[in-house]
Design a protein around this ligand. Structure first.
Ligand SMILES: Cc1cc2nc3c(=O)[nH]c(=O)nc-3n(C[C@H](O)[C@H](O)[C@H](O)COP(=O)(O)OP(=O)(O)OC[C@H]3O[C@@H](n4cnc5c(N)ncnc54)[C@H](O)[C@@H]3O)c2cc1C
Length: 466
């Protein structure tokens, strides 16, 4: 068996592993071995449905040392008026270039694609080629980095949790672009962002809303995309931060927190008459919400149990279907609910969200922190994990962890300046716009409300634990 030594073994070359490795290599002389089961870096984006786009602007996705996209504001389509959002193709090309043009040329990074990490012990970590079975023992001198912990679950690699009778057409959204015959009706299964993307895409393609049926259980709260914009539109993002802190200072529980953000225009729901109970941090535009509301045929059910040729069954009963009905499976979780664990441990790092909703910023922050020489205890204090349970009731716990990390990092003289300046920070243009009333007022409100927000979140979270 071949043996190699390195400083860091990074398992997973998706957005997490790439942002971590980039920040680590840029700020230290560390050597890295990056392994992934897939043939290239990019993670789930390599298998994404063809019409997927980032939820957020490209301007703050990816890695710290290379821009993604051109910071253009879209003039047409559902994203008009907002900063461009990359397609899966652009994202995959981007990560390939980060590897080929930034990381490999340092001479300190090796990439093992089509390679499975099979675990480790005191001797090292076993990495097996999925092509010829050859084995490599990787011996990390410093740490092994788990960049798979918050990995995404996506439709094309997802096994549905219901039975399907032969003859039924059930496809992931990826299959929509391969349809060769017109269909009687599309039944979209799932309540998350993938289902939303699928419905919006069908509607934008001209499908009559009456030809779409949507099976969704718990509706999700969505961020209003207008308030997630960076650079010249950063004022809206700062307003979101101010409303978030204000809601945190007053909310009685997670659901109340969400309703307060809706009242402020920051959160949106699809159905005005149904309170959303889910939250996964996705964003939509007002225009998308208006389009989704034209779909009137909604089946309120959380679990599809079986799909037959003439009907399907859920926990709410049996529903008839049409002969040439196409079912679109959007039930993969997307962002998985992963239990919080300490990010920094002796010999290991587990990449997780440490900034609410922003994985690349979180992973790069962890990579940068690893280069500071701070103790694991101090690094963990600066990076409490932010857990997306998927449940709106847990929003106050998520907000509490997010605020603790944000404030601790901002106050830290070695970390604050890096975090403020990285291209992955949506607020990086804040100081350039400090004379805008929206930015200045939001900042003043954040400073004023932060002590009350901490006090209230501590109280609400403690009460929730009892
Ligand atoms: C459709 C969609 C859109 C999203 N949009 C955004 C967005 O705009 N902004 C945002 O911040 N987040 C977004 N997210 C959430 C999250 O940031 C992204 O999904 C992100 O790309 C996840 O990256 P990851 O590296 O954690 O996971 P993945 O992309 O799943 O990568 C994990 C990698 O680990 C590899 N792997 C796993 N186990 C092993 C093993 N044992 N050995 C070797 N390799 C292994 C896998 O092959 C995979 O390539 C989105 C998620 C989805 C699903």
């Amino acid at each position: 068996m071949r043996e190699i030594e390195t400083d860091y073994l990074v398992v997973g070359a998706g957005a997490s592993g790439m942002a971590f490795a980039d920040a680590l290599v840029a700020n230290s002389d560390a050597e890295v071995v990056l392994v992934d089961r897939r043939h290239r870096p990019g993670g789930h984006w390599l298998d994404a449905y063809p019409f997927v786009r980032l939820h957020q602007p490209s301007a703050y996705y990816g890695v710290d040392s290379r821009a993604l996209g051109h910071d253009r504001i879209d003039e047409h389509g559902p994203n008009a008026g907002f900063y461009e959002r990359a397609s899966a193709g652009e994202i995959c090309d981007y990560y390939a270039r980060v590897l080929d043009e930034h990381l490999l040329p340092t001479g300190r990074v090796q990439f093992f694609g089509m390679s499975d990490h099979r675990g480790g012990n005191g001797d090292g970590h076993l990495v097996v080629s999925l092509l010829d079975g050859s084995e490599t023992l990787v011996k990390p001198r410093r740490k092994v980095v788990d960049a798979t912990y918050v990995r995404s679950e996506i439709p094309s690699r997802h096994v549905p949790g219901f039975t399907v009778e032969p003859g039924v057409t059930l496809i992931p959204p990826n299959g929509l672009v391969d349809l060769a015959e017109p269909v009687d009706r599309f039944t979209v299964i799932g309540a998350g962002k993938t289902a939303i993307d699928t419905c919006v895409w069908l509607l934008e393609a001209g499908v009559d809303p009456d030809s779409i049926r949507w099976i969704r259980g718990r509706d999700p709260w969505q961020f209003n995309r207008a308030f997630t914009q960076p650079l010249d539109l950063v004022g809206g993002y700062m307003r979101l931060q101010a409303c978030w802190v204000e809601a945190a200072a007053a909310a009685e529980d997670g659901r109340d927190f969400a309703r307060r953000l809706e009242d402020a225009g920051m959160f949106m729901r699809i159905d005005p008459s149904t309170e959303p109970l889910a939250f996964r941090g996705a964003t939509v535009s007002r225009r998308e919400i208006d389009a989704l509301r034209t779909i009137e045929h909604v089946v309120r059910a959380r679990r599809v149990r079986s799909i037959g040729r003439t009907s399907f069954t859920t926990e709410a009963g049996e529903v008839r279907s049409r002969p040439r009905e196409v079912y679109v499976d959007c039930t993969a979780a997307g962002v998985r609910a992963a239990a919080a664990r300490e990010v920094f441990e002796p010999g290991g790092i587990t990449i997780q969200y440490v900034a609410v909703g922003f994985l690349p910023w979180s992973a790069a922050m962890i990579g940068f922190l690893e280069t500071t020489g701070l103790s694991d205890e101090e690094k963990n204090r600066l990076c409490p994990p932010v857990v997306f349970s998927g449940d709106a009731a847990d929003l106050t716990g998520l907000a509490y962890a997010g605020m603790k990390g944000t404030v601790a990092r901002a106050r830290h003289e070695g970390v604050g300046p890096w975090s403020a300046a990285t291209r992955l920070n949506p607020a990086r243009a804040m100081l350039d716009h400090i004379d805008d009333a929206e930015v200045a007022d939001s900042l003043a409100s954040i400073i004023e409300q932060t002590p009350a927000a901490f006090e209230n979140l501590r109280h609400v979270t403690d009460r929730g634990r009892r």
